[in-house]
Write a protein that binds this ligand. Structure first.
Ligand code: NDP
Length: 331
């Protein structure tokens, strides 16, 4: 197996020398195990937090050990009756080309017609579930709501905006970091308005896009985006606090939001969440989002980087906005 290890803990933005590519011999699977050849690997923002040596909701990656993360692969040898060679499985032994794993820690997934297996790392997997649960359960979006989502051209954000539209939001507004992404949001993805947060202050741009205020904010970014949403909220507004990617590489404390006290007078609900707490929505999520995907009502983008040796580059690229939709690595 060719595998990516964490060679050093990144200070600020990760760099090439923080990662190492190693090669390792894998044995045959024992009883209860399977040997999997990975087809697609995921790079996700939360992995940046795991590269720091701090306690969080996921433990830190160890130095000079192969990292873990979502992967979709094909069983090549099996020591169990329930999985056979050729079966497609989703598991967490990513950042490597091959893995021997317990069959109980692999979930068999169906090859869906017209859908790449990589979708299980994106729209039909953890990021899609995050969007669905965060918008509908955590922020309790209702038809007619004005919805604002940051990181809107990414894996989670692009699903949030489209699910909001499909669930009857009154107006859907997104922010992203390039003119091309903004055009994609209001074009193919059907957002009502979008802006490039690099063009000027988020607060002024959001006020222009939502002159009557917002009911729901799905926060992927934190910082000045959250400050702008607090200012734009109507009374009884709800925020799903999903991520704060503007801070993941930060080496000092954030300077925004400075207006949190607005939450009192406006009687806001600001709710942080972790996707795994909402696993009960999984069957409903797969059925509904899978249906929209099949009917073409929901559009799904991927940015695909090829080769295990390019996985650190894919990760760094995702953090700096090189992806539209889900960033995946194809082996
Ligand atoms: P994305 O596909 O959205 O990729 C990350 C994007 O973040 C980049 O494409 C980039 O787009 C944007 N970005 C990077 N730096 C900044 C910045 N300083 N300000 C604004 N945008 C920035 O990733 P995901 O969809 O996988 O994740 C989105 C968010 O959801 C993350 O915050 C992540 O941590 C969170 N998350 C939370 C989960 C939970 O359980 N709570 C589960 C899954 C994800 P651009 O070009 O627009 O800058």
């Amino acid at each position: 197996s060719r595998e990516i290890q964490l060679a050093a803990r990144p200070q600020g933005a990760p760099k090439d020398s923080d990662f190492a590519l190693i090669e390792r011999e894998l044995g045959q699977p024992g009883s209860g195990e399977v040997l999997v050849r990975n087809l697609y690997l995921t790079v996700d923002p939360y992995m940046r937090g795991r590269m720091n040596d701090v306690k969080s909701y996921t433990p830190p990656f160890a130095l000079n050990e192969t990292m873990t993360g979502g992967a979709v692969g094909e069983v090549v040898a099996s020591g169990v009756d329930t999985l056979k060679p050729g079966d497609l499985v989703l598991h967490d032994q990513g950042w490597r080309t091959h893995a021997v794993l317990k069959a109980t820690s692999a979930r068999k997934v169906d090859a869906r017609p017209g859908v790449s297996p990589s979708a299980y790392l994106g729209i039909l997997g953890m990021p899609g579930q995050t969007a669905y649960a965060g918008l509908l359960e955590v922020a309790a979006m209702k038809p007619g709501d004005v919805v604002f989502v940051s990181g809107a051209a990414g894996a989670v954000g692009s699903a949030v905006g489209q699910i909001a539209r499909l669930k009857g939001a009154g107006r859907v507004i997104g922010s992203a970091g390039s003119a091309d992404k903004v055009a994609h949001l209001t074009g193919k993805l059907g957002f009502d308005a979008a802006f490039n947060y690099k063009d000027g202050p988020v607060m002024a741009q959001l006020r222009e896009a939502a002159p009557d205020g917002i009911d729901v904010y799905f926060d992927n970014v934190g910082g000045d985006h959250l400050e702008a949403a607090l200012a734009a909220f109507k009374v009884f507004g709800r925020a799903a606090l999903c991520g704060a990617i503007s801070q993941y590489n930060a080496t000092s404390a954030p300077s925004a939001p400075r207006n949190l006290a607005l939450a009192i007078g406006k009687q806001l609900t600001l709710k942080g969440f972790i996707v795994g707490t909402y696993n009960s929505v999984f069957p409903q999520f797969v059925q509904e989002v899978g249906g929209w995907l099949a009917s073409g009502e929901l559009h799904y983008d991927e940015t695909v980087v090829e080769g295990i040796e390019n996985m650190p580059r894919a990760f760094m690229g995702m953090l700096s906005g090189e992806n539209t939709g889900k960033m995946v690595v194809k082996l």
